[in-house]
Ligand binder design. Structure first.
Ligand SMILES: *Cc1c(COP(=O)(O)O)cnc(C)c1O
Length: 311
């Protein structure tokens, strides 16, 4: 067999479970684990299976019913809350799968009442959510027991609390990862996504070439005393910026469609590992350099190769 220089993608299920336990230890309320977008690319099916074993994970959140079914979430035995931008009006589309739709109009709330829908309240996001003055009507129409908002600031949480004040029996949740350091946002549950995954993804590629050089190289004509090449590029989600070579901080000097140049030290040689993301080079470190969020880093790099899971 020829040597394999392809990138490899690893997802640590124990690290995801550890993140969930740490969030629970901090917040002391149950988690609704956000596994939308195939768990930000890391694989909703396997991750949901692992998380479902934790008593602190009360259920899952996806954008759609179809996502919940594709990831086989019903077989975890825990319920899924699906935002459902284009809801079916038939509760029997949800009930057998333990999927609860969110609702933001009286009509849909009434039609889906048997499926135990959750009120989605608009506190600033201005999408998939009801205006705060509709709470009474929608709660009545759907006989609702739960309400949520997509909060990014504490005042969004406070609006949810104010708007549902007349319905003290409602279970409330608002906080995603952005508000996990804000105890007043915890309410009855949290809905973390990226904080479950930021320490879980490792993508590496072995050095395909390593050479000393005194002349301009690559498309851009960069000059560096020693550089290497990996067989991963834009196609694998990469952008120029930080990387690790033999666990030491380095950088991708130039990214091409399927290859990238790496800055090397004198001892680095063919076959040595180049780390593109890992717990030591987390998405939050790459994100500002890439001018995007950690969510996008996870989605891009997790698609670099088929995922191997560590149990
Ligand atoms: C995506 C999402 C979350 C999780 O957001 P993170 O920033 O990844 O924690 C929580 N709630 C809703 C409604 C979402 O769509």
């Amino acid at each position: 067999m020829p040597p394999n220089f392809a990138p490899s993608v690893q997802v640590s299920l124990p690290r995801i479970c550890a993140a969930a336990l740490a969030i629970h230890a901090q917040t002391r309320v149950p988690l609704i684990a956000v596994v939308k977008a195939n768990a930000y690319g890391l694989g909703a099916r396997r991750i949901a299976r692992a998380l479902a074993d934790l008593p602190c994970v009360e259920g899952f959140y996806t954008l759609t019913l179809a996502e919940a079914l594709a990831a086989d979430l019903p077989s975890t035995g825990k319920p899924t809350l699906a935002l459902e931008p284009t809801p079916s009006a038939n509760p029997d589309d949800y009930l057998p799968h333990h999927v609860r739709p969110s609702v933001w109009t009286t009509d849909v709330a009434a039609a889906l009442a048997r499926a135990h829908p959750v009120l989605s309240l608009d506190t600033g996001m201005q999408r998939f959510a009801a205006p705060t003055d509709q709470v009474d009507a929608i709660v009545k129409a759907g006989d609702l027991h739960e309400a949520m908002t997509h909060a990014t600031r504490l005042d969004h949480v406070e609006q949810l609390q104010r708007a549902t004040h007349a319905h003290p029996g409602l279970k409330l949740h608002a906080a995603g990862s952005a508000l996990l350091n804000e105890p007043r946002a915890y309410l009855h549950a949290t809905r973390p996504g990226v904080s479950l995954y930021r320490q879980a993804l490792t993508v590496t590629a072995p050095l395909y070439q390593a050479r000393d050089s005194a002349t301009p190289a690559g498309y851009t004509g960069f000059v560096t005393p020693r550089h290497g090449l990996i067989l991963a590029g834009y196609q694998h989600g990469l952008r120029p910026g930080p990387c690790l070579v033999n666990s030491r901080p380095s950088r991708l000097l130039e990214v091409g469609m399927q290859t990238s140049f790496v800055e090397l030290d004198p001892g680095d040689k063919v076959g040595d590992p180049v780390t593109l993301v890992s717990p030591d080079l987390p998405p939050d470190t790459l994100a500002p350099v890439w001018r995007c969020g950690p969510h996008e880093v996870l989605l891009r790099l997790s698609a670099a190769a088929p995922i191997t899971y560590t149990e």
